[in-house]
Design a binder for this molecule. Structure first.
Ligand SMILES: [Zn+2]
Length: 320
């Protein structure tokens, strides 16, 4: 018999999962209704989480009802889950050269923003598009035009929704393969929308930055700070990598089990310069419980203050 994959179908935890001084979470399934993701995230031990608000590989959008939005808000307040991050559809390419594809991307992204506002999400992650068939400058201009069209008449500022441009694995024609390119996108888009950046550790590593050695980590953070500003990175995607540094291969691995390893995550999670950020895993689920284990792997790296450790210990003893 297959073991259960869905934490919602297992008994609820008797004790609330412990918290760390950093907001840590994981991309969580919305199966059975988007509001279920909040319950799942809490049971997985998260204090923040990421979802798809619609199927990530289909143009046809999911309809979310006001009752679902209300349930989501209730659960997020009950479990203190913040920020809520939405990852936008993988099909979207705001720099697309084909008119049909460009139009479909704009329509789809408008849906992402509308659902983000309805769900009171804090962040909407957008992967930079590909400018294949045009120049980089043209790709940037098309993206800005597309964003302007897609968000026309929508009040992102008022709704507290910020778009996050994610750094890419560095594939050819990608608009976000370096921190400078992410910064250029943020710069171009900020006249239209509230926009910041989301940095993915796997993408950073495979696009050629050394985050594994201590000096490399320092140099990478310095480069990011100069280009984008660390304060403009409210979300980090914490993924280990299956491929080597510089390989440009975007294959996520379990925390500590890949070519990055545990230490860089420990450094990042305890770095006071990024203490304001949320840290969200997008790791694979190869075995039931991999999601719980990856959240736990990240949480276990956060160095706790002495009182928090004492509280944790006494609770563990109470719980037997
Ligand atoms: Zn990512």
């Amino acid at each position: 018999m297959a073991r259960e994959h869905d934490i919602l179908k297992l008994p609820a935890p008797k004790e609330p999962p412990y918290r760390t001084s950093r907001r840590i979470g994981i991309h969580t399934s919305s199966a059975g209704g988007v509001e279920n993701s909040a319950e799942r995230a809490w049971r997985l031990g998260c204090s923040t989480f990421q979802i798809f608000s619609s199927s990530p590989r289909q143009w046809k959008p999911t309809v979310i009802t006001p009752a679902q939005c209300a349930a989501m808000q209730r659960l997020r307040a009950k479990y203190d889950l913040k920020p809520l991050v939405i990852h936008s559809n993988y099909l979207i390419n705001m720099a697309a050269v084909t008119p049909q594809f460009y139009a479909a991307s704009i329509r789809s992204f408008r849906g992402e923003v509308e659902r983000g506002l309805a769900l009171r999400a804090d962040y909407l992650v957008l992967r930079p598009g590909s400018f294949r068939g045009a120049s980089r400058a043209d790709g940037l201009a098309r993206t800005a035009m597309a964003i302007e069209q897609a968000t026309e008449g929508l009040d992102l500022q008022g709704g507290g929704l910020t778009i996050l441009i994610e750094n890419s694995a560095g594939a050819e024609y990608s608009l976000g393969g370096s921190f400078d390119q992410v910064a250029a996108l943020v710069e171009v888009l900020k006249t239209h929308i509230p926009v910041q950046a989301c940095i993915d550790t796997c993408h950073t590593h495979v696009s050629g930055h050394d985050i594994v050695s201590e000096e490399g980590y320092e140099a990478t953070l310095k480069e990011l700070d100069t280009a984008v500003g660390l304060k403009n990175v409210p979300v980090w995607h914490c993924n280990d990598a299956k491929a080597a540094c510089g390989s440009r291969l975007d294959r996520h691995q379990h925390i500590g089990k890949g070519t990055i390893g545990l230490e860089p995550f420990r450094r990042l999670l305890n770095d006071p310069r990024v203490a304001h950020a949320a840290f969200i895993a997008e790791t694979p689920i190869d075995e039931p419980g991999d999601d719980t284990r990856n959240v736990e792997a990240l949480k276990s790296l956060v160095e706790q203050s002495a009182p928090a450790q004492r509280k944790q210990r006494s609770r563990n003893q109470d719980g037997g």
